[in-house]
Design a protein around this ligand. Structure first.
Ligand code: SF4
Length: 498
């Protein structure tokens, strides 16, 4: 495979991970692929740009051209800063391309090397294949150990590379069959977009933990983590790839659907509805924006409070704050304003600037807040550091009372399925009761939506079915739908049976 001229640029001093934004759970990857269009890589670049919220550290594209074969480019930083130059995009010709944006996946968390940037590529007897993976393999350590003992030579520290090595060991005669063999050995969460020289392949794990959707663009097809990225290229949303489904798409043969795994009930990540996905995406047939607004409605019913204003912690708390305001009748106001241009201004902050913390990103609308009883609506509380600072700013601006309403249940357990989470003892809700958290944050009241309330907001009228939960909600409940084998080996303790 040919690499673009600058395929191994030096790593920037610091990634554009926002230095004041580490108090959120972060989705770790977005995937996108296109077949059957001229200059597919340009469409992939646009798709990745729309998925940038799922990963900002690095991105990569592999394209295939009938005469020029496979070509790839991998870069640190934002898609818009890399995959917009004609010089680079001209090196990625052809009607078939896939891409990946990365936050920081298992393996080299916080220390990404260009060799960890996807898509990964393998050359097999029957031709090349590239894969881009969103999710996390929960038995990757054991698989890697086994593969290395049998002679595999790993190029990266990423869990996703195991899939390429497992494919290399399969005796099947074509690449989709080898992928099936490989993925039957893999545990955990995976939404994969892959390609051969003539086929685009999409696969979701049997529980369908991470999203993957199918779109139509002219005579071609697109696969994407979210529908918002289909919109940007003018593709029509066709359907979601089903949990446990593999689609194999070729220009000649059209789309073929396979179900290579044992059929299981879906356990889609409920946090995609709360926070990870873009509000203009559609998940499970529902508008993400509308679900978040409905979470605010449920929250207002479960945790009413007399107050003068409902203010979102921007931007992610906004739809839930609108819902809370509509249900409670308390006026909605933008009491906190986000500086939209903060992103890359202070990539390497000095200590003095770092101490300014949240103030660089958020500012209180003092004229609105002074003397008011304010309900602040945020999507989640992770470590609680940002929530404390926001409370301080709002009180300094003269608010009479500050009440927090949180659009997710307490985050008390880490995610092992492709989301960057602090260790359990760093999660505020893992070590404190709700009242202890209220005292720690120093607010007049603190309420989280219940798990049942969240389920109602995503459309489950009867709430969570405790015998057979309809979603993955492990970071709230400690009920892990896939045993995190690697973590257990490292001493992680599952929740004791009740
Ligand atoms: S543990 Fe939480 S963030 Fe992770 S997949 Fe499950 S619901 Fe989503």
């Amino acid at each position: 495979m040919a690499h673009s001229p600058d395929d191994h640029p030096s790593k920037p001093a610091c990634f554009p991970r926002h230095p004041f934004d580490d108090d959120k759970l972060r989705e770790e990857c977005g995937v996108f692929g296109v077949i059957g269009t001229a200059e597919a890589a340009n469409f992939v670049a646009l798709g990745l740009h729309a998925l940038q919220h799922r990963g900002q550290e690095a991105g990569g594209i592999v394209a295939h051209h009938a005469e020029l074969g496979f070509n790839s480019a991998r870069r640190f930083g934002y898609v818009r800063d890399n995959f917009t130059s004609a010089r680079l995009m001209d090196t990625l010709p052809g009607p078939l391309a896939i891409g990946h944006v990365r936050y920081s996946t298992a393996g080299s968390k916080g220390n990404t090397a260009i060799r960890d940037v996807q898509p990964f590529f393998g050359e097999f007897a029957m031709g090349g294949a590239a894969i881009a993976h969103n999710g996390n393999i929960t038995n990757a350590t054991a698989l890697r150990r086994e593969l290395i003992e049998r002679g595999s030579i790993f190029q990266s520290s990423s869990d996703s590379e195991c899939i390429i090595h497992l494919m290399a060991r399969s005796l099947q005669r074509d690449i989709p069959e080898r992928m099936k063999d490989a993925l039957r050995r893999v545990e955990g969460a995976f939404s994969i977009v892959a390609m051969t020289g003539s086929k685009l392949i999409g696969v979701r794990d049997p529980l369908g933990v991470r999203p993957l959707v199918l779109g139509r663009i002219g005579d071609g097809w697109a696969l994407s983590s979210e529908t918002c990225a289909l919109d940007i290229i003018g593709a029509e949303f066709v359907r979601e790839i089903e949990p446990g489904e593999m689609v194999v798409i070729s220009e000649e043969g059209g789309l073929r659907s396979h179900f290579p795994f044992e059929r299981l009930s879906s356990r889609f990540c409920i946090f995609e509805h709360v926070y990870f996905s873009r509000p203009d995406s559609i998940l499970g047939g529902q508008s993400v924006y509308e679900t978040r607004r409905q979470i605010g409605v449920e929250l207002a019913r479960e945790a009413p409070m007399e107050a003068d204003l409902v203010c979102p912690v921007p931007d992610s708390g906004t739809p839930a704050a609108i819902g809370y305001s509509q249900e409670s009748g308390i006026p909605f106001a933008m009491g906190i304003i986000r500086n939209q241009y903060m992103g890359r201004t202070f990539i390497e902050p000095s200590e003095q600037i770092r101490n300014m913390g949240v103030r660089l990103k958020l500012n209180v609308n003092r004229a609105l807040i002074a003397g008011k009883r304010v309900i602040l609506v945020d999507d989640s509380v992770v470590r609680g550091t940002t929530s404390r600072k926001i409370k301080e700013m709002v009180l300094e601006s003269g608010a009479a009372e500050v009440h927090f309403r949180i659009a997710s249940p307490p985050t008390a357990w880490p995610c092992f399925y492709g989301v960057d989470t602090p260790e359990r003892d760093k999660l505020l809700a893992a070590t404190m009761s709700e009242e202890e958290m209220r005292l720690h944050l120093g607010v007049n009241s603190l309420k989280f939506i219940s798990l049942d309330g969240l389920y109602r907001a995503v459309g489950e009228a009867k709430g969570r079915n405790p015998d057979s939960p309809q979603y993955c909600d492990a970071c709230f409940s400690g009920d892990y739908p896939v045993v995190p084998a690697d973590m257990l080996e490292q001493g992680f303790q599952l929740k004791a049976a009740e």
